[in-house]
Design a protein around this ligand. Structure first.
Ligand SMILES: *Cc1c(COP(=O)(O)O)cnc(C)c1O
Length: 449
């Protein structure tokens, strides 16, 4: 289930780093190998209590292992453990971060940017919302009811008034609802989600930009999960139009640790206008004396940060650049193709009820039954039985009101209905689709017995 061959070369690369200490008196730290062996045996045993996230038959939550080159580059850089807070304590890795972040800005068609890596999408959104509140002081932030739950919480933390905007049946921000909210006045920022976490829905960003043209508002794009899909070759034309509009927003969040093949702890925030740097101004009595270049700690809210994350992302971009038509782009297209193919199979099989066609690579569906209560119960049984058959799905809840128009024969005896959900983040899922289908079919047969 794991790629192991590349691990054999790690020692040689660590040797390559020894040059840093050349000219210094020899110093070779010892490790308690016997003790490490014992503890690692315990670690292996403890870590076995997990689902097989790296296997193509794990199609539950948004998970995939980092690329082998990311794992190696990350591990190698831990020999030094650089800190990307300042150039003094993470010189090479800070430069690599600037290059990696510039590559992401380029992905969205930006010629200017200010940005950096951070712990993840939540922290990246915190920074973007904080800057919004500085630029549009005292004004509301709007996000859709399908936006990530952390936006409301972050606004609470930041003391910014927050308002939810209702969604249409596709899970996208509803434009009429948005216009009504804008008419109420005092809106500073609208958050557009490009790839919602539950459904992979993409807000109509092009329409939002049209509204912005005649209003004094900022637009922040939360593309933590979906950002990389701007490279995807088989998007619906409306989805494509939303992605093309990314270049016109004020800030973007993208998570290299979601679709960018990185270990956790790698989010990225980008601002189109580099002059927002003024809001970060602070005086540190001890960290910024080594050079007059901008230190990453001067353009971010966090202090210490892993240089290893930047090294891993930089290495991955060298091998798999984010360019149209490249391997990375093809893999994303394959992820969406997998979701589409499964959707088409489900749609033509009367054992299932489908929602709308997936926009990205997340698919939500349910077993056909005559009431919301029965659909929910069956979904949970299928989820359990499939897991016993080695197929790992996820469960999700949708408001019944959003499905009533599509599933006319269902009695809506509950406010929410539990459904099955799959994320096809690994490009290998496509080759496993028949196996996934067979195991799903078996679970459904067992569930209705
Ligand atoms: C995952 C996600 C987040 C949160 O990101 P973390 O990296 O988990 O902190 C925010 N917004 C969207 C749309 C996401 O999918």
């Amino acid at each position: 289930m794991f790629e192991k061959k590349s691990l054999a070369f790690l020692e040689g690369w660590v040797d390559g780093l020894e040059k840093i200490g050349s000219g210094l008196p020899d110093f070779t730290p010892e490790a308690d190998l016997e003790g490490i062996r014992k503890v690692m045996a315990l670690v292996v045993e403890r870590m076995r209590d997990n689902l097989p996230y790296a296997h193509p038959l794990y199609v539950g939550q948004m998970l995939k292992p980092p690329h082998p080159v990311a794992r190696l580059a990350y591990t190698l850089s831990l020999s030094l453990n650089p800190n990307n807070h300042s150039l003094e304590v993470g010189r090479a890795s800070s430069e690599m971060e600037k290059e990696a972040v510039a590559h992401l800005a380029q992905l969205f068609g930006w010629e200017t940017h200010l940005g950096h890596l951070c712990g993840g999408g939540t922290l990246a959104n915190l920074e973007a919302l904080w800057i919004s509140s500085q630029v549009k002081s005292g004004r509301k932030i709007l996000a859709s009811s399908q936006a990530h739950y952390t936006h409301e919480r972050l606004c609470h933390v930041l003391g910014i008034p927050f308002q939810k905007v209702d969604c249409n049946s596709r899970g996208q921000m509803d434009l009429d609802a948005l216009k009504k909210a804008l008419d109420q006045g005092n809106v500073g920022t609208v958050v557009a989600t490009l790839g919602t976490t539950q459904l992979g829905a993409v807000d109509p960003l092009n329409e939002l930009l049209t509204l912005k043209a005649s209003m004094d508002i900022r637009i922040h794009a939360d593309a933590a999960y979906g950002g990389y899909f701007t490279l995807c070759e088989n998007l619906r034309s409306e989805t494509r139009a939303a992605y093309e509009s990314l270049r016109g927003v004020d800030s973007i969040v993208v998570d290299p640790h979601k679709h960018g093949l990185q270990p956790y702890g790698c989010g990225c925030v980008l601002f189109h206008d580099p002059t927002v740097v003024q809001f970060y101004k602070h005086d540190s009595p001890y960290t910024y004396f080594s050079s007059s270049d901008l230190h990453l700690g001067e353009i971010g809210l966090e202090c210490s940060r892993p240089g290893a994350s930047a090294v891993a992302l930089w290495a991955t971009q060298q091998l798999m650049p984010c360019i149209p038509g490249g391997q990375f782009a093809q893999d994303l297209s394959q992820s969406r193709k997998t979701a589409l193919e499964l959707f088409n199979k489900l749609k033509t099989d009367d054992r299932f009820l489908t929602t709308l066609e997936p926009e990205l690579d997340i698919l939500v569906w349910g077993p056909r039954a005559n009431s919301a209560e029965r659909i929910s119960r069956l979904s949970k049984r299928i989820y359990d039985l499939a897991a016993k058959n080695g197929l790992h799905l996820a469960l999700t809840q949708m408001p019944s009101s959003k499905l009533q128009a599509q599933w006319k024969e269902v009695a809506w005896d509950q406010e929410f209905v539990t459904l099955l959900r799959s994320c096809f983040l690994k490009s290998e899922h496509l080759d496993w689709l028949d196996e996934i289908w067979n195991r799903l079919s078996t679970a459904v047969e067992q569930a209705v017995l």
